[in-house]
Ligand binder design. Sequence first.
Ligand SMILES: Cc1cc2nc3c(=O)[nH]c(=O)nc-3n(C[C@H](O)[C@H](O)[C@H](O)COP(=O)(O)OP(=O)(O)OC[C@H]3O[C@@H](n4cnc5c(N)ncnc54)[C@H](O)[C@@H]3O)c2cc1C
Length: 268
Amino acid sequence: MPLPVAWRTAAPKSKVINISFYQESHMPAVEPRVELLAHTPEPLSLIYAAFRQCYHSGAAADMWPRLLSGEISREKQAEFVASVLASGHASPAEHVSFTFALSGVSRALTHQLVRHRIASYSQQSQRYVDASAMEYVMPPAIARLPEARERFARFMEEVGAAYSDLKEMLEAAGRGASAKEDARFVLPQAAASNIVVTMNCRALINFFEHRCCTRAQWEIRAVANRMLEHCRAVLPELFRHAGAKCEGLGYCPEGPKFTCGRYPLPEE
Ligand SMILES: Cc1cc2nc3c(=O)[nH]c(=O)nc-3n(C[C@H](O)[C@H](O)[C@H](O)COP(=O)(O)OP(=O)(O)OC[C@H]3O[C@@H](n4cnc5c(N)ncnc54)[C@H](O)[C@@H]3O)c2cc1C
């Protein structure tokens, strides 16, 4: 039976991951997991202390208890952080990091993600993890068209079968555990992957500027938007105005060819 939405395995263990994520107009929705695993403790006070150290004759260590006790209020800390960040002095925001676990995302997504160099990554290995029951991501635009969906799903079944056949042949030829290393060459960009990513706040702001923009590809945009929600929940003072570049600029810098029209172009 064809699955209504986009996320399943090629093997009999087929699975649909739940649906509410890619909520764009009539687009059918699927939901990868975007979990915040951890973040640096006391993030606002840490960024404030780092900023203050630049302009203050005393030691940040002496200021620290006054920040945690509330003697220097959160509002004051937030106001100072916002004003200094606006001036372009952004390095103090590097002291706070967020670590996310992304799962059920495509290799097409992770390939784009790891282009962001100011980050740390640990990705599920196709050399060591058996892909005989490969999960895959089907683009919603394909999932919406019954004929395209059926063709896509059939191809994924073929890929899954080819992977298993090749792995068996290589094992029979004595390649042992390393058979997966070569069998994986047939796996597609749609193959689902899990990855842990850590970025500091400065890198995150840059990541959101690029990937929350409607010019970004739908899957990484959806994941970036979910990551931004997590960041806003923890550190609203810093991430309230984060997002696509237009959110901070108040206009669209993408030019007439690429603008989505949400904000005016600079010349308008
Ligand atoms: C809509 C869109 C389309 C894209 N299309 C393509 C494409 O067709 N082909 C392609 O290859 N990539 C493409 N990219 C990827 C893009 O070029 C960047 O590689 C990616 O977005 C990472 O951004 P970044 O370099 O700002 O991030 P990071 O690597 O995290 O770097 C953060 C910042 O650090 C600084 N920095 C990092 N490394 C250097 C360095 N070596 N030298 C100087 N400054 C540095 C820069 O200021 C940079 O903005 C696309 C991205 C988007 C959003």
